[in-house]
Design a binder for this molecule. Sequence first.
Ligand code: IPD
Ligand code: CA
Length: 276
Amino acid sequence: MPADNELKISQTELSDIAALALQIGKEAGDLAANRPANLELKTKSSKTDLVTQMDTATERLIVERLRENRPHDGVIGEEGTATAPTGEHQITWVIDPIDGTTNYIYELPAWSVSIGVEVAGIPAVGVVVAPALGETFFGVRGEGAKLIAKGKSLSLKANTIDFLADALVVTGFSYLAADRGNQADAVFELLPMVRDIRRLGSAALDLSYVAAGRVDAFYEQGLNHWDYAAGALIAREAGARVESLRGGPLFKGTTIAAAEPLFSNLSTILAKTPIP
Ligand code: IPD
Ligand code: CA
């Protein structure tokens, strides 16, 4: 009998899903990378939360490919797709067609296509494609995390840092001005205690960078499911702990990702700040 947290699909199906996620991620990345001269900007949850016609076109492409290949899987997408799975194994693809839309608009390279796959709610596969950086981060539950770049594949391992003072920490800020005050207070507390802080602009890449040891830790308040579905799996497969600061699901409150003992040290400090 499989344990409760074991995937209830065969190894072959898991490999097929992983290969499809990589293939669709590449195609979606190629589409988004082909920026039109006229980007049409619209706002969403606030005046700072932007979306372009390329976000919607890329989500449409991913959904089309999933309909063709896996019609019984569910899809949750940032740009509005929400279909429940109908297959026996309750497989759901959680996608952010362009994570880091603000960077994309400004032609800063840190944006990604993020594709996570969950089997009955258990993260199984994560693909984060960064076309402008020529890199793809990839993880499969129980099989580790990899960086695919320049035709090579490299196994990833998160850094194990003992002290906060030696930690390079990446974070992000919400689109809601009301939340940003508390987020600024958290940075105010943390900054004197750490090596430095970065704000790159794509949570999926932030989590992938924890996996790759390019930063030591990530935290952010108020992520959506599609922001972390792929990146959290990749970071965990590289040895990081990825959990919510005050318990519960990752999309409520503050998500933290780091290998131990940094995870605990960072959590202790963040728990004293006003972010939930
Ligand atoms: C955003 C990015 C950003 C994070 C925000 C996200 P989007 O995603 O991941 O780094 O700080 O919380 O909403 O809007 O560019 O898809
Ligand atoms: Ca997005």
